[in-house]
Design a protein around this ligand. Sequence first.
Ligand SMILES: [Fe+2]
Length: 220
Amino acid sequence: MPGIGRTSEVTGQAADSGALPGGRAAVIRLLAEVECRDPELKAHLDRVCGLSLLIAHRMGLGGDRLLRLRFAAILHDVGKLLVPEGILEKPARLTLEEVRRVRRHAVHGEQILKAGGVPLPVCRIVRWHHERYNGKGYPDHLRGEEIPLDARILGVADAYDAMTAVRPYHQGVNFRSARRRIAELAGRHFDPQVVDHFLSLSGAASASFRAGGALPGRAC
Ligand SMILES: [Fe+2]
């Protein structure tokens, strides 16, 4: 499904459905800002959005639910615009304080979207995209199905992209290793059902989302 989740498709679909009238203008404005300030972050958002939608499609999700996931995925890391670049690209281990600052991007993202008039369910997915199935994620330590399904899907897609990315502080792993690692983390970091659907995608399909290349920037 080449191209799925690209910005123009996301915003175009929103315009057609009218399901997010208050949030559409804010989403378009924020995407333009991300693209201008951090093109690599924008590329990450595009890839994660595409893969999230592919997984959701496999799971039979559609309609407004899919649209909500599109909006959340295409902006899930927008809060990183408020994290100092020196921390995001630091080619060494982060201090505890730096980790804390990076992790705040989930809450910053929620706040930015809320301020733009994006509907609450979308803002919540952004807030919770780093929660873990075993309750050891952040910022609210939700566990299992307390985490909305959209956020559980986004979490798998985001982790896959982070694992396969080349960053200043680590070489990305190949897509086979990333798929294996995600399988190992099913039930701990990730919803096992979401992982099953992710793994049911062909290797070529999941690998294609790395075609955009390297991604500087942390995904703590
Ligand atoms: Fe993130």
